[in-house]
Structures are given as structure tokens and as C-alpha cells.
Design a protein around this ligand. Structure first.
Ligand code: GSH
Length: 89
């Protein structure tokens, strides 16, 4: 179980690292809001303001108490999602 109540993925469609994260989300059956930094300059500005970088994918994790964390690196994002949301079968 996780206390992360609100997740959003800063990404763009042709980014292979973003696709890797998307594929993992599909695999575990988890829906996460997409925030396309190529199509929406406001989303890009949010990402840069928060992280100082334009790199995607970046997962924005907002927890129940309102704390926000930003996570770069597709491998780290996938590992975190797996730890928090993948169900053991
Ligand atoms: N090691 C990173 C690589 C991410 C990466 O290179 N993303 C590219 C898009 S495919 C990017 O955002 N480039 C623009 C930038 O870094 O400002 C990961 O696995 O997430």
C-alpha cells in the first residue's frame, strides 16, 4: 500500500524512456495522468521550476499529506512503481 495519492508523469510521446515507463504502467494496470511537456508549455515550466531540468520522464508524486516529490530516471520510476503498486501474484 502507498500513501501516494496523486501521481502524474511528465513526458512526451516519442521519448523512449517515457514509453518504457508507460509500458510498465500498462503491465501493472495503473493509470497515471500524462503531462506532455512538448504539447503544453505550462507543464514544461512546472517541471523546470520544480526540478531545474527539462528531462523526462519525471514522475510527480504527491502524498496524502500534500508533500510533493519529483522523480527522474525511468529505471528509478519503474522500480518505485513496482515497489508501491505491482501486486504479487
Ligand atoms: N536516463 C534517463 C534518460 C532520459 C532522457 O534522456 N530523456 C530525454 C528524452 S528521450 C530528454 O528528456 N532529453 C531532454 C533533456 O534532458 O533536457 C532515463 O532513463 O529516464
Amino acid at each position: 500500500m502507498s500513501d501516494a495519492v496523486n501521481l502524474s508523469l511528465y513526458e512526451f510521446a516519442t521519448c523512449p524512456f517515457c514509453r518504457r515507463v508507460r509500458a510498465f504502467l500498462a503491465q501493472i494496470g495503473r493509470e497515471v495522468e500524462s503531462r506532455d511537456v512538448m504539447r503544453d508549455p505550462e507543464r514544461l515550466a512546472e517541471l523546470v521550476d520544480a526540478t531545474g531540468r527539462t528531462t523526462v520522464p519525471c514522475l510527480r508524486i504527491e502524498s496524502e499529506d500534500g508533500e510533493v516529490r519529483w522523480m527522474h530516471e525511468s529505471a528509478d520510476i519503474i522500480a518505485w512503481l513496482g515497489d508501491h503498486f505491482a501486486k504479487a501474484t
